[in-house]
Design a binder for this molecule. Structure first.
Ligand code: ADP
Ligand code: MG
Length: 598
């Protein structure tokens, strides 16, 4: 008996939906992109429960005929391309004809639409790929999609959704990526009856101001410099931040042909242009728009991916770098500029594939609890601490044996010397141990902060004048997500309004003045790590705190402090690497030392 058969459409669509519609944000992105493709000038987005119960998009685009309204939900049904060649001259956001079929497979969808030329509109209801109703109805010109109870028939998917604040943050993140490309379109975003954004049609600069300026209480657009380049290979436009406006929490966006993209290689080009102009740890904001001939980039990538491959990246790198540098020079931001400096700039080779440039992620075993032992014995060594971070990609450092030349914990600390206020030298039986003081301290503090965070026992220190934080909406959602953990580690953060917070206390061991920056850094690193699972950002928070509060270079440690630091480090079983993969110490063996004198 033959056993192979074709899957029914509803099943095939549900499988496809698993890829295209991963969460409310991806559903919303598809709907809004369709509205833009339909030429809408006004787009209203309404969500309830971060999109779990309702995602609604209302546009004033060209609408659909009665037949098209039905066809739109078929798999591979699209009005945007007709043949393969069209893929190389795309002028629309969509072209796969997959989105609506996918949405209709995993939600209850209601569509009300009318074209200008039709007297009556169409109302169509579809759920789990089954059409429940289609009839003529009164409707304004345009399209109104209601997507209710996303994943109602895929409980596993529904359970997989994160907290409402996380899902809403994802929605806002995707919303930014669209509204920053279409300043000429009026967007409204309403969440649970609260207007989060009402963005009138304006210039690009004003749109950036309207999206990000309100949180900064100062003239955001005034800190931007326009960039422009027109070459046969690529057109570049947009804005970059003045160096003095650089911050630890910048907004950085690349778009190519109207699509958001991540591009670590071109990011480097921008950063190279700012070389020597930024305070340490500060980064510029940028909003850079590329236009490329459609056949020079591969857009036929997966709809949920944001990496885009360019055919010829190295020359574009140079153009990006020179364009940004020139713009900064034109506005007298660089004292004397040598525009023809390309000669002495190291242009890195483009990565061969995207995997190479992706930022290393720290993957952590969520079940591992290094503190069980600590409960009974304060200084119980944590064995093989560094093996917690097997994926921390620092391969060149990993080549050396991570194992110390003596049994961990057996190091003697009878003499500890400071060298250049940076290293600690500690003679051992079999050699000289050289420790990076800052990194050893990072290990010690990371361990402490993580424990405090998990046991919710961070010590608070009230601040005299509570600081008020006004954030942009995406960061505000993020802060809401991690607020519990911040408070567990010693902050006292309270929400004042939709996007504003008051910081009433900071961890006891952080000096008050730097505390707000420490807090912003946490927000920034969690945002960059993009971990949406609580267990992941615990590590990010603890590490960010540790990095910011560990003794810095140039701080002289008195003898007892040196010893105390090393004792605590040894008690951790002497991790060879910091949690972010930096080498902490090495042993210069006696034999090696003797050899040098031969
Ligand atoms: P794609 O966008 O890749 O073509 P979709 O499944 O997203 O595929 O949409 C299918 C078709 O439905 C589109 O090609 C378009 O013709 C029509 N459509 C979808 N949304 C709208 C809208 N808001 N206004 C007008 N037409 C729409
Ligand atoms: Mg589409």
């Amino acid at each position: 008996m033959d056993i192979i058969h074709l899957l029914p459409d509803s099943v095939a669509n549900q499988i496809a939906a698993g890829e295209v519609i991963q969460r409310p944000a991806s559903c919303l992105k598809e709907l809004v992109e369709n509205s833009l493709d339909a030429g809408a000038r006004n787009i209203q987005v309404i969500v309830q429960d971060a999109g779990r119960t309702l995602l609604q998009v209302i546009d004033d685009g060209k609408g659909m005929s009665e037949t098209d309204a039905r066809m739109a939900f078929e798999r591979h049904a699209t009005s945007k391309i007709a043949e393969a060649a069209d893929l190389f001259s795309l002028h629309t956001m969509g072209f796969r004809g997959e989105a609506l079929a996918s949405v209709a497979a995993v939600a209850q969808v209601e569509l009300l639409t009318r074209r200008q030329e039709d007297e009556a509109g169409t109302l169509l209801e579809i759920a789990g790929s089954q059409v429940l109703r289609q009839e003529p109805a009164q409707a304004p010109v345009g399209t109104n999609f209601k997507v209710k109870n996303l994943f109602y028939n895929v409980p596993a998917r529904r359970r997989f959704l994160k907290t409402n604040t996380t899902e809403l943050r994802n929605i806002i993140t995707d919303f930014y990526r669209i509204v920053l490309v279409y300043p000429q379109v009026h967007f409204l975003l309403v969440s649970d009856d609260e207007i989060l954004f009402d963005l009138p049609a304006v210039s690009l600069k004003q749109r950036i101001e309207n999206v990000f300026g309100k949180s900064l209480k100062k003239n955001y657009a005034g800190q931007l410099v326009e960039i422009k380049a027109d070459t046969p290979m690529v057109g570049i436009g947009g804005f970059v931040g003045k160096p003095e406006a650089a911050s630890k929490n910048p907004q950085q966006y690349f778009f190519v042909n109207g699509r958001f993209m991540k591009h670590p290689y071109f990011h480097k080009a921008v950063m190279t242009a700012y070389a020597g102009m930024l305070p340490p740890d500060h980064n510029p904001s940028y909003f850079i728009y590329f236009s490329m001939p459609a056949d020079a980039i591969d857009v036929n990538i997966h709809p949920t991916k944001t990496e885009i491959k360019f055919a010829d990246e190295q020359p574009v790198w140079q153009i990006v770098q020179a364009t940004v540098r020139e713009a900064l020079g034109k506005y007298n931001l660089v004292p004397s500029l040598d525009f023809n400096r390309e000669g002495d700039i190291d242009i890195p080779a483009p990565p061969r594939n995207m995997a190479e440039v992706s930022v290393p992620q720290v993957h952590v075993n969520p079940d591992y609890n290094p503190f069980v032992a600590h409960a009974c014995k304060a200084a119980a060594p944590v064995r093989h601490w560094e093996t917690l971070y097997p994926d921390t990609a620092v391969p060149q450092q990993r080549e050396e044996p991570a194992a110390p030349l003596f049994a961990a914990g057996a190091a003697t600390l009878s003499e500890v010397y400071a060298y250049k206020d940076k290293y600690l030298l500690c003679p051992q039986e079999n050699g000289l141990m050289v420790v990076d003081a800052h990194r050893a301290h990072v290990c010690v503090l990371y361990d402490t902060f993580l424990r405090q965070l998990r046991n919710r026992q961070g010590l608070k220190q009230q601040v005299l004048f509570p600081e008020v934080l006004d954030l942009d909406t995406a960061d505000a959602c993020l802060l809401l997500d991690i607020m519990d953990d911040l408070n567990a580690v010693g902050f006292d953060v309270v929400r004042l309004g939709p996007d504003s917070f008051s910081v009433n206390a900071v961890p006891a061991n952080i000096d008050g003045a730097g505390a707000m920056q420490v807090l912003m850094n946490i927000l920034h690193t969690v945002r960059e790590a993009a971990g949406t699972v609580r267990g992941e950002w615990e590590h990010t928070i603890a590490l960010s705190l540790a990095n910011d509060t560990a003794v810095g270079c140039g701080k002289t440690l008195a003898e007892p402090e040196r010893k105390d630091l090393l004792e605590r480090f040894v008690a951790l079983d002497m991790p060879a690497f910091t949690p972010d993969g930096k080498k902490v110490f090495f042993l210069l063996g006696n034999e090696e030392m003797d050899k040098r004198f031969q």
